[in-house]
Structure formats: C-alpha cells, structure tokens
Design a binder for this molecule. Structure first.
Ligand code: ZN
Length: 965
C-alpha cells in the first residue's frame, strides 16, 4: 500500500512536469491562415520572421537571434530551442561546446567532465536552396512542434540538446514563395486558380548574386549569409551534428540520406565519416520504423564527402558530423513514379515505396522524423558526441605537434611503384586506377581460411608488399606534413594574401601575425608576416586550404568512363589566390601574436617627394584596380607602362601603373594607399616610354532571364572592385547600336555555347524565360526574356567589335570566336575512324574542376601584372589550337599549357593531352578586340590569381597607345 502510494506519488510528480509546461502558443494556421504543408500553400520569409518573433515572445523554450544581414538587407534569424532552464544558461553551454571543439588545453579527464555537464548542440537549417521549398517550411513546423509539444520524447530532446534552427537563405524564401503564390491576392491574375500555381520560370537568382552557388561559398565566405553561418558554427556554437536540408530525391524514391559513397577526404578525422554512418543509419531506421518508405543511401545518388566548400561539407573539416538529405516535395501535389530498379529492397534502399500521389505535408513529416532521429541520437549519445569532438580536435593538435604523414592516393601509387621496383610483391592485382578493382589474380589466396574463393587475406584485390616500405615511402622524412605555414609580408600582393587569411579566420582558424622580423629554418621574414600553425583543432581545414587535393582516379570499371565528382576535385585556396607561402616541417616559434577579428588590408602611404611628376603603382596588386577605377572616376589620367618599372627598390612587374600628378589624383591616392593596401610611389621624373592610356569604360555584363550564376558572381566581383557596369539582356543586344552604349561586353561561361564549346556546362537557373508562360512574367522582367541567337544577336555583336568594341568571353562563351572568323580550333581532339578530328572521349580526357599550371605572356596587356606561371581553375574548360594563320590575323596566345603534368590540385585524367594547348588568347577583329579566357578566371569569386585576366581585359581593348614623357 505504502509502496503503491509512493509509486503513485512519483508518477504524479513526473507527469505534471510536462503538463505544467504544456504551453499555449500560436499555431501555424493561426499565424499564416494555413497549415504548413497544405497543398498549394507556401509561407514566405516575412511570415517566418513574424511567426518566429511571436513564438519567441510566447515560449520560454525559445530564444531568437539575429545572426546578421543578408545580401538583400534582411535580418537572418536563428531560433535557439531548448528546455527553459537551458535557455537561461545558454552562455554556459556554448562555452562548454567551444572548449570541447577547440580541445586546446583540455585534458581527457576534463573533456569527460565537460561532456558530462554539457548539452549536445545540433544545427538544423532549411531553405538554403530556396527553390527546394520543403526546407524552409519544415523548419517553421519543427520550431512550432518543439515549442508546443509535451510528449516524453520532446521533453527529453529539449533537456539534452541545444537546438539551432537556421533559415539559410531568407532572401530566397521571400522570392520563391511570392513567386509561387503570385496572383493569389489578385482576382484578375492568370494564376488565381491555386491549381495553376507553380515554381516555373523564376525570373532571377534566388540568392542575390549567386543562386544555387550559395552552397559553394563556405571556405571562401564571400557572401554575407555564408559569413553569418560560419560565425555561428565556427566561432559561437560548434555544433557536433548539423543537418542541411535539400531537394530532390532520386526517381522512384522519396529521399536520399547518408551514408555516402566514397571517396571521403583523407584530411578529415575518421570519426567524421563514422559519425555520418551512425547518424544516417539512425535516420533511415526511424523512417522505416514509422513505415515511411522510399529512403535511399550510398549508391542511391552521387553525393560524396570529398569536397570542402558547402554548408554541409565544410563542417567535416571542423570535426563535425554534417548530414545532407535530398527529398521530393512540392506545394502542388506530385507523383512518385514506378521505377523497377527501386522496388527490390537492398542495402542502399531498404524499404521501397509504392507509386502514388505525393502531398507536400508528407515531405514535411519525413523531414520532422529525420530531425527527431538526429535529436534523439544526440540526446542518447550526448556525452559521446561531445567527447568525440574533443577527441578529434585533440587528434588534430597532436598531428600538428609531431612528425605526421597524410596518406593520399599519390603516396599509395608511390608505395606500389617502390614495391614493384624492389620486386617484393607477394600477390597480383586486378587492374589499376579503378574502384571495384576485381578479384586478386593469383597470390596466396588459399591461405585465406574462411575467405571466399579468389580473395586474398588482405581483402578484395589486395596485394601485400614489403613492410619496411611503410617507413621508407609512406613516412618519407622529406614529405612530413607541415607544422605550419608562413606567409611573408613582402610578397607582391600582400593585400590579397591578407584576404586569404581572412577566409581562414572566418572559418574559425587561429592565425598569428609577426610583431617584428624573425628567422625560421634559415630564412628571415619581415614583421607583419602571417603564420598559421597546424597544431589546432581544425587542422583538416588548414591542410585543405594550403595543400593540393589528390583526388583518386574514380571509374565505373577499369578502362571505363570516369565517375563525375559531386562538385569539383581540386580547389587549394592558397593556390587559387596566388598566395606565396612557405611550408615549415619542424616545430617553430617567433614573435607571433594572435590575430583577433578580420585583418584590414595592410595600410600603406604615398611615398616619395612631396611635389612629384607623378606616381607609380604596381599592377601586381589586385586592389590597384579599385584605385584605377576611382582615379578614372575622378577624371585623373592613368597609363599602363609597356616596360617593367621599379620604384623604391621594388620591382613593380609588367604594366606598371603611371598616374601623372594632378589635383584630382592625389586625394584618391592618399585614401587608396591607406585603405586598400596599395603602395603608391611618388617619383620626381616621369618614366619616359611607350604606354597605354586608359579611358573610362562602359561595361555591359551579359545576364539572362532566370539569372546566370557565373554572371551573378561577376556582378558581385565588379561591385567589390568598383567597376562601373550595367547588366545587359538578350533583347537589348538584339536591338543593336551597342557601340554607342558600351566599350566592352562581358560574356561569362554558359552565356554563349556553340559547337564543342567546353566549359562548365550549367550557366544558371534560367533558360531564356522558358518555363514561365509569357503572360505570367511580370512587367519588370519582360525585357529580360529571350536568348542569344545567330540571326539577331551575332550580327549586332559583329558590328560592335568591328567598330572598335571589345568582347570579353569566358569558358564556353569563347566559342563565339568562330563567328568572327578567328582562326582557333578545339585542341583536345583525336582522329576518328573516318580520319576526321573528333573531341577526346571522357575515357581519355576528364578534368572536372581542378587547378592546372599555365605559362603566361605577361608582356601582353591582358596579362599585365601576372607572374610568368600560375594556377588556373579548369573545369572541362575549352582549350584552343591557334591555326597557322593566327598571327596573320592578329591572334595571340596569352596563356598556354606546357609539359605532361600541369595538374597542381585535383584530378586530371589524360592531362598530357593539354601540352601545347592555348588557355587564353586575344584577337583583333576590325577596329575591336575579342578576348578568349578558356579557364574559369573568376570562378565563384575565388581565383584571385586570375582576376587580372578579366580586369585587364575590360580596359585593354579601349586603351590607346601613348607616350609618357
Ligand atoms: Zn539543394
């Protein structure tokens, strides 16, 4: 009796905890007028913002945080949700999460204690790719459920986990929701009938400049939203698990979720891929347990974990478990088709789903199930996840504090080559270069006991080699990983090196600055040099930004077609930005102090006599273009000198900038030197000689209805470097009279595509306005509808060039050359059986986004200020063959491939075919010029080392020959 009473009392005291906190909060229907997931309804960001503010006022489980402005000027919000007693101590739990993630100075014992006391931190975002509309809607529903539900599981999740809900692209949600719902309030609109609503024909990019590439910006952090989210992940909260929602699922399935296929990146801690397996499996299990079929993994799609740079993937290089899902779903009901292949249950799709009509709400329910699966695991394994992020951080610190060797595919190839040279092999191997390598050919398989016939004890196709090669080859002392990197402050463009370091700082990397000159490994470095040591928790990210990516050869089968990567294969940011640095392979120290916050450009001044003849400026500094743009705007004269110049003992490189003294120039130079890190050298006497005199230019930047991402990135870049420009659409080009409006027209990759154009192959979201019924295109976008055509556009472009205009083309748009009769052909061909040239097949040549070395003629104005050799970003880019007549036709190569191995980072199958091919050329046509830049010289705003080709190309065509005296 007494016992029963006690139990009853205990039960009563347990239940009311939930009941007491059963909160009355506004439902989505009360706030929006519809339930989230109702057919034909989508909430926009204005509604999300208002609703979250309301909930934050009503619930003590929620704190709303403004994490920074968006590119269009909205406030980007993050909803923090946890138990009310946790919400009161958020700073405390944040500090624990941060200490464990940084690991530095925390012992194993302390880590266990902190893990015991801390709360798991889980990040869940939505809406990054705005047109994948389920993401933002599930986020709103999830937040509502977490502040309103009182079931035991919800209470446990609130108690154990600090949950971060982030709208990843507010501007995009506003655009797409309003687009889908357009006409809903106007009885005369063509889309008044809800059943006619659709997402088709979005008029512009759903992220102001970059559209879908908003998920390609995370190590670079060019965009404001990226910077906001990086700050929350790598400076504030350090989530142990993050979940990044996407669409759309594979045909015949509902959703793709991890585990992922190989390759994973050798830089990250093995606990990362294992954590992904663990969390992914828990998600599939929960869906299946709830009878929710149609989830696929691994071979179910081509997603992998190789690449850094996405919202999800950047977290791997920070010891975090990043989850991506790709679900189907649309406010307009859709159908799941019957795909025979997806009906037989197997490891990668355990519970097939029947073909059926699919409603929006079903997708939201799947996503909520996934969110809860992650929170449940984070709750149950709270201490393990918290401890493991410390373990990974400490592993990194240890690797950076001693001799350590990263094993990459090239090192394995070296090991095998060494073994072959020694003749020490004890087994055969079924073919090189492919995955799925086949059974071992011969060897000691019989010794394998329980192994299936034909398999060696080492595994599928394994070959064993002499063990002493482990130390000799894999631990070659010359190839130890660096203990750190030094970026000397006396390099030609230190302002750009400083920008590089800022990308690291935004990503939570500790950077140090020398307070005085110092010597390391026998080399002396000036004060202000920058130092990045690798003994820190996020070492994988450091290694990834400084070292080449060595992507494995990845084929369907040996000799078969290559498997395209999920994104790109090589991106080493220090190379892309042309940063000069030294690798230091022994422990080192110096007068270093930690950099707090972002570094401004190194301040400079105007040096030299006070009443000079003029000023010399190095063309090597990218920021010098900002200065030139400001000078021309102020009506000052600007020249590029043909002969290399020196000033104050410094080599200023080719195309040095000469600014004659004037009242207009001086204040611009004073301010520029101070703000932009551009040294300005006043000189008593003008540097006599030949020059090009720049004129202020009118730039037309091509774009199209729907928006092109390469054009959007270029637009952003022009704004950063203060180029005056106008965006121009096909109808305006077709209208002609272009020379009266523009000096130079810029066509990024994807704008023009003729014949075997090469190039990246997806220019943007728009297809010239197709997809939107013409009568539903709002008036403000009507003048964008159309495409470049041979009949209407090309004759106008031809007139423009012949009368003195410049056409600057990148990637596939270089194929416009044929229209002007410029004698260039595709270099990457072979003789077919009919004796005619045909493009090299993918089995022979495949370079999907890598960094390749080119030689540069920097005496050509298009390449002024550039080094004689550098890396370009190459993504199936066009490579030109200049016909023998080229010189006669005033066509000059400006950059070209030389040698059998131009690959510096990534994967370049068949790279030897590039030898002798032209990457960049310029041609004179009539009175004008055509610039052909094959590689992606401005790709995603990253390759600062090649921005000059674009920037020079803008001015070069209209500059006039002049003499400085
Ligand atoms: Zn997506």
């Amino acid at each position: 009796m007494r016992l029963t009473a006690l139990l009853l009392a205990a039960a009563l005291s347990a239940v009311p905890v939930a009941a007491q906190t059963a909160p009355k909060v506004t439902t989505p229907k009360e706030a929006l007028g519809f339930n989230l997931g109702d057919d034909y309804q989508v909430a926009n960001y204005t509604q999300l913002e208002a609703y979250w503010k309301k909930l934050a006022g009503e619930s003590d489980r929620m704190k709303l945080v403004d994490i920074g402005p968006t590119e269009e000027g909205r406030h980007q919000y993050m909803a923090i949700i946890s138990a009310p007693e946790n919400i009161k101590k958020l700073d405390h739990y944040k500090e624990i999460s941060q200490k464990l993630a940084h690991a530095e100075g925390v012992t194993e014992e302390q880590a266990h204690a902190l893990a015991g006391e801390g709360k798991a931190v889980v990040w869940i975002d939505g809406g990054l790719h705005a047109s994948e509309s389920v993401g933002a809607q599930q986020l709103m529903e999830m937040v509502y459920q977490m502040v309103s539900r009182t079931d035991p599981e919800t209470m446990r999740l609130l108690n154990d986990v600090v949950q971060l809900y982030v709208q990843a692209n507010p501007d995009g949600q506003e655009l797409i929701a309003n687009w889908y719902m357009r006409g809903s309030e106007n009885p005369n609109a063509p889309l008044k009938d809800p059943q006619k609503r659709n997402m088709n024909g979005l008029p512009r990019l759903y992220a102001k400049y970059v559209g879908h590439d908003d998920n390609r910006d995370f190590y670079m952090s060019n965009m404001k939203e990226t910077t906001n989210m990086n700050r929350q992940m790598f400076h504030e909260w350090f989530p142990q698990i993050m979940y990044n929602h996407h669409q759309t699922g594979p045909a015949g399935a509902v959703i793709f979720m991890p585990p992922f296929r190989d390759p994973f990146n050798y830089n990250f801690d093995p606990l990362v891929p294992l954590g992904i397996e663990m969390v992914g499996t828990a998600m599939h299990s929960r869906l299946v347990a709830e009878g929710k079929g149609g989830s696929a993994m691994r071979s179910g799609a081509n997603y992998s974990t190789w690449w850094n740079g996405g919202l999800r993937t950047v977290t791997y290089f920070h010891n975090m478990i990043g989850i991506l899902t790709e679900i189907i779903g649309n406010p307009t009901p859709m159908n799941i088709p019957l795909v025979p292949d997806k009906q037989l249950p197997q490891g990668d799709w355990p519970l097939p789903i029947a073909p059926q009509v699919w409603h929006y709400r079903q997708s939201i329910d799947y996503e909520i199930c996934n969110n809860r699966a992650i929170l449940d695991l984070a709750s149950r394994y709270r201490e393990t996840f918290l401890f493991d992020i410390w373990r990974m951080g400490m592993n990194s610190i240890e690797k950076g504090s001693k001799d350590y060797w990263t094993v990459t595919p090239k090192r394995i190839a070296a090991l095998e080559a060494a073994a072959t040279a020694e003749g020490g092999a004890t087994g055969g191997r079924g073919g090189r270069g492919g995955r799925g390598g086949g059974m071992a050919a011969g060897g000691d398989a019989a010794a394998g006991g329980d192994l299936p016939a034909g398999m060696t004890p080492g595994g599928l196709g394994a070959r064993t080699v002499s063990a002493d090669l482990y130390d000799k080859v894999l631990h070659d002392p010359k190839l130890r990983d660096p203990r750190g990197y030094i970026i000397p402050s006396d390099q030609a463009d230190f302002a750009t090196a400083t920008e590089f370091v800022n990308t690291l700082i935004k990503n939570g990397i500790t950077v140090m600055k020398a307070t005085s000159s110092f010597t390391v490994a026998g080399k002396s470095y000036p004060a202000n040099s920058l130092v990045v040591k690798t003994a820190q928790a996020f070492r994988p990210h450091i290694m990834d930004m400084f070292e080449p990516q060595d992507h494995p050869n990845d084929f369907r089968y040996p000799g078969g077609p290559p498997i395209p990567p999920y994104d790109i294969t090589g991106w080493t940011l220090a190379y892309q930005m042309g940063v000069q640095f030294d690798r230091i392979r022994d422990g080192f120290d110096g007068p270093f102090t930690k950099v707090n916050g972002l570094l401004p450009p190194p301040a400079s001044t105007v040096m030299g006599p006070s009443s000079p003849a003029g000023y010399l400026i190095s063309h090597q500094i990218n920021n010098s273009f900002i200065l030139v743009n400001r000078l021309l705007k102020a009506n000052a004269d600007v020249y590029w000198l043909k002969k290399p110049a020196t000033a104050d003992g410094q080599d200023l490189g080719t195309g040095s900038i000469w600014v004659p003294a004037s009242a207009a120039a001086r204040p611009v130079l004073d301010r520029g030197a101070k703000e932009l890190g551009v040294a300005v050298h006043a000189v008593a006497k003008a540097p006599a000689g030949e020059a090009l005199k720049l004129k202020p230019i009118h730039i037309g930047l091509y774009d199209q209805y729907g928006g092109s991402m390469p054009s959007g990135w270029t637009r952003w870049l022009f704004e950063q470097y203060e180029f005056p420009f106008e965006v121009v659409y096909p109808p305006a080009l077709d209208a002609g009279n272009l020379k009266a409006r523009f000096d130079v027209l810029v066509f990024p990759d994807g704008a023009i595509r003729r014949g075997n154009a090469g190039g990246r192959g997806f220019g943007g979201g728009g297809r010239g306005g197709f997809g939107a019924a013409p009568d539903t295109v709002p008036d403000e976008y009507k003048d964008r509808v159309g495409r470049i055509s041979d009949e209407k556009t090309m004759p106008q472009l031809q007139k423009f060039v012949e009368s003195g205009g410049t056409i600057l083309t990148i990637g596939s748009s270089t194929s416009v050359a044929e229209v002007f009769g410029i004698p260039v052909k595709n270099y990457l061909t072979e003789k077919g059986p009919d004796g005619k040239d045909r493009p090299l097949p993918r089995e022979k040549f495949f370079i999907p986004g890598s960094l390749l070395k080119v030689n540069v003629d920097n005496s050509n104005p298009l390449a002024y200020g550039m080094p004689a050799q550098l890396d370009v970003f190459f993504d199936s880019s066009p490579v030109m063959k200049l016909e023998p007549a080229a010189e006669m036709k005033h066509t000059s190569p400006v950059a070209w491939f030389s040698g059998p191995e131009p690959l510096d980072s990534g994967w370049a199958w068949g790279q030897q075919y590039l030898d002798g091919g032209t990457a960049v050329a310029e041609a004179t046509v009539g009175e004008g010029k055509v610039m052909m830049l094959g590689p992606e010289v401005a790709f995603r705003g990253q390759p600062h080392a090649t921005f000059k080709l674009l920037f020079n190309g803008l001015y070069y065509g209209s500059a006039k020959a002049a003499t400085v005296q």
